[in-house]
Ligand binder design. Structure first.
Ligand SMILES: [Zn+2]
Length: 218
């Protein structure tokens, strides 16, 4: 059966780690909208050139342009059995664009579309973000609270001091959640009303969340 999968959830909810694995599991392409846009720019396509112009001016890439790049990608033959779409839609405007694209490609879209909502308390996410540390040498990610290094503030492998990212503060994290609640959270109701929303508890280990995810998308 065709699998058209999209994902909703706040920043740092762990959906990124799960989506590539899910695409591999179903044998469908993993389409990450950020990489898709970068690839268009690198290949210097018409769309890529326009996107680059906006980025160079410090502006967001226009909604219609992003939608047209996604439409082109979803119409490729390797999407015949579906896709895992990562990072899109993030607003109602984008959700409506995606609906237009899907209807054009597939008349029975509501039968194959699933929107998975990673449900998690943002207090837990703020803790994940503010306690995050990484090794400047090997890139290993630690968490003072959830995945501490053996010796405090020292990488297990490289024996060098761990760093905290400058923007991993509670204030910046809260700002990112505010944007999420304003723009992305309304999509939960939108997909709920269409009858395609599946909610999973996103608090747990990667394996625990993976098992829950499989149950709702199979
Ligand atoms: Zn290291």
């Amino acid at each position: 059966m065709k699998k058209e999968l999209i994902f909703l959830g706040p920043p740092a909810c762990g959906k990124g780690t799960q989506t590539s694995r899910l695409a591999e599991y179903f044998g469908v392409p993993h389409i990450d909208t950020g990489s898709l846009l970068r690839a268009e720019i690198a290949r210097e396509t018409e769309e890529g050139k326009i996107a680059k112009f906006h980025i160079d001016q410090g502006h967001l890439v226009p909604v219609d342009l992003v939608a047209s790049i996604i439409a082109k990608r979803l119409a490729q033959p390797d999407c015949a059995n579906g896709y895992v779409l990562d990072g899109y839609p993030r607003s109602m405007e984008q959700a409506l664009k995606l609906e237009d694209i899907n209807i054009k490609n597939d008349k029975d879209i509501d039968a194959s579309l699933t929107a998975v909502y990673f449900d998690i308390d943002t207090k837990i996410l703020i803790e994940r973000i503010v306690h995050r540390q990484s090794c400047p040498k090997c890139g290993e990610i630690y968490n003072k609270k959830f995945k501490p290094s053996k010796v405090e503030n020292i990488c297990d492998k490289c024996n060098v001091e761990l760093k905290t990212r400058a923007d991993d503060t509670e204030e910046i994290a809260e700002e990112r959640f505010k944007t999420y609640f304003e723009q992305t959270a309304p999509l939960i109701d939108f997909y709920q009303n269409k009858g395609v929303l599946r909610k999973i508890d996103a608090n747990g280990t990667i394996e625990e969340v993976w098992e829950r995810l499989l149950k709702v998308v199979k």
